[in-house]
Ligand binder design. Structure first.
Ligand code: TXA
Ligand code: MG
Length: 341
C-alpha cells in the first residue's frame, strides 16, 4: 500500500485525512503524548485493520478519542466523577474508562463492556477528530511490542506502506502515553501512569489507588485492569538491566563498563565521569522527568539500529510525580530485571 504523507497539515488540509478515517481507513496522527494510529471507532472492520497492522492481540482494547468530554454521552455512560475529572484535566493526557453503549463495536473494546475515552489537547489531533465527525479509535502508532512513536521518523519506520496516511506533526511534547484511570463505582484506580500524575490528581482533591500492574510483575494467573499492561512492551532487542542504588554507586558501576563495545549505558548529564564517552546516552537531568519522558522512547528505539549492543544498563528511576510513568515504562522495557549495586 502507498502511504500518503502530509507535513504539518492544518485546517482544510485535514479534510482528506478525516474522510479516510470516516470511511474506514487508517491515518497516523500526532497527539501531545505519542502518535496515534487513528480509525473510525464505530466500524468493526476498521478496528480489525488496526489490530492486523500493529500485530496487536485483539483482546487489547483501543482508546476512543473525542473533541469534547460531553461527546462521551453518545458512546458511553458517564458519571459525576467523569465530569469532575474532565473539568480539571481534559483536554489533556488523561484516559478514563466508562461503561460502553451498544453503538461501540466489541472489536474496538476487545470484547469488554467498557470503553476508554480520551480528549487530546494537540491542535492537529483535535481538528482531525472534529472533521472526521466520528470517535477516533487510536492505539499508539508503533508495531506491537516496540516503544510508542514520539517522532514522525518513528511512525514512518513502523507504518510506512501499511496504512493510508501519516500526518507529520513533529515531535510529541510529552513522549509518554496518557494516564489511564478506572473510575468504576466512583473509585479511582490508576491503571497506567502518564502526564497527569498521581500527585496532580491528589492536589486537585481526588484520592486514588495504584493498580499493582503499574509497579510489579503480575504472576501468570493475575490480570491487570488495563489488558495492555500485561504485554511485553518497549523492550529494546538488547537486554536492559536497571541498577538499584545511589547515584554514586550507579555511576561507579557504569564507569566500570566503559570500553566494552557491546555494552551501552543510559546515564544522566550529572554523571560527569561518563561525559562524552562511547556508548553512553543521556536520558536528561535527574531533576527533569519531563525532559526524560520526552526522549525515553527515541532512546530505546535507537538501540535497535545498533546490533553490536547486547547489554544496556540504566538506573532504576525515581518513582515520584512524572517519574512513576518513566519507572513503569523502564521496568517493562527491562522485563522487570533489577540489579542491586
Ligand atoms: O496517550 C495515549 O493514550 C495514546 C495516544 C495515541 O492517545 N494511545 C495509547 O493507546 O497509548 P494504546 O492502545 O497503545 O494503549 C491503550 C491502553 C492499553 O493498555 C489498553 O489495554 C488500555 O488502554 N485500555 C483500553 N481500553 C480499555 C478498557 N476498556 N479497560 C481497561 N483498559 C483499557
Ligand atoms: Mg501502545
Amino acid at each position: 500500500m502507498k502511504t500518503e504523507i502530509l507535513h504539518n497539515p492544518g485546517g482544510a488540509k485535514l479534510e482528506k485525512a478525516a474522510r479516510i478515517i470516516r470511511e474506514g481507513g487508517l491515518v497516523a496522527f500526532p497527539t501531545e503524548t505519542v502518535y496515534g494510529l487513528g480509525a473510525n471507532a464505530l466500524l468493526a472492520d476498521a478496528a480489525k485493520k488496526v489490530y492486523a497492522v500493529k500485530g496487536r492481540p485483539s483482546d487489547n482494547p483501543l482508546i476512543i478519542h473525542l473533541c469534547d468530554p460531553r461527546d462521551a454521552e453518545k458512546y458511553c455512560f458517564t458519571s459525576e466523577l467523569y465530569y469532575s475529572l474532565a473539568a480539571s484535566f481534559m483536554p489533556g493526557p488523561l484516559t478514563l474508562i466508562l461503561p460502553k453503549r451498544e453503538i461501540v463495536p466489541d472489536q474496538t473494546t476487545g470484547g469488554l463492556d467498557t470503553v476508554a475515552v480520551r480528549v487530546p489537547a494537540h491542535p492537529m489531533a483535535r481538528e482531525l477528530i472534529r472533521r472526521a465527525g466520528v470517535p477516533v479509535a487510536a492505539p499508539s502508532a508503533n508495531l506491537s511490542g516496540r516503544p510508542s512513536c514520539t517522532t514522525f521518523a518513528h511512525v514512518l519506520e513502523d507504518m510506512n506502506g501499511r496504512i493510508d496516511m501519516i500526518l507529520d506533526g513533529g515531535d510529541c511534547e510529552i513522549g509518554l502515553e496518557s494516564t489511564i484511570l478506572s473510575i468504576a463505582g466512583g473509585k479511582i484506580t490508576l491503571l497506567r501512569p502518564g502526564g497527569i500524575t498521581k500527585e496532580m490528581l491528589e492536589a486537585a482533591g481526588f484520592s486514588l489507588s495504584v493498580d499493582k500492574a503499574v509497579t510489579q510483575k503480575l504472576s501468570g494467573s493475575e490480570r491487570p485492569m488495563a489488558p495492555g499492561m500485561k504485554y511485553r512492551h518497549y523492550a529494546p532487542k538488547a537486554d536492559l538491566i536497571l541498577l538499584d542504588g545511589t547515584h554514586g554507586a550507579v555511576e561507579a558501576f557504569m564507569r566500570a563498563q566503559l570500553g566494552k563495545p557491546d555494552v551501552a549505558l543510559i546515564a544522566y548529564p550529572e554523571y560527569r565521569s561518563l561525559a562524552g564517552r562511547d556508548n553512553v546516552v543521556l536520558l536528561g537531568s535527574t531533576d527533569d522527568p519531563s525532559g526524560q519522558g520526552h526522549v525515553l522512547f527515541d532512546l530505546l528505539r535507537g538501540f535497535d539500529s545498533r546490533p553490536e549492543i547486547k547489554q544496556i544498563y540504566a538506573k532504576l528511576p525515581d518513582s515520584r510525580d512524572l517519574g512513576l510513568a518513566i519507572y513503569n515504562r523502564m521496568l517493562k522495557a527491562a522485563g522487570y530485571h533489577i540489579q542491586k549495586v
